[in-house]
Design a protein. Structure first.
Length: 87
């Protein structure tokens, strides 16, 4: 191993930005799914709807796909095969 990074420059920055956004969405969703306190409810907070949860998960999926196809330059076939291997 030469110690060379697989991604550099703008590719690295774009990839890191997308990974940070994925983490932010996942962490935010994790906290938003926690039960609401009595104070939250009194202040008018409402639990997330199924549609809101689906939108957040869809955004995470889109970012991961974009990272794979654009920054990592995987082919669609490679990306789909990687996804199929998980299931």
């Amino acid at each position: 191993m030469t110690g060379k990074r697989p991604m550099e420059g703008w590719y690295l920055l774009d990839g890191l930005k997308k990974l940070a956004e994925i983490c932010a969405h996942a962490d935010g969703l994790k906290h938003e799914l926690e039960p609401l306190s009595a104070e939250d409810l009194a202040a008018g907070a409402e639990p997330l709807t199924q549609e809101q949860i689906a939108e957040r998960l869809n955004r995470i999926s889109q970012l991961a796909t974009s990272l794979a196809l654009e920054e990592m330059q995987a082919t669609s076939e490679e990306w789909y095969a990687a996804n199929d291997a998980i299931v």
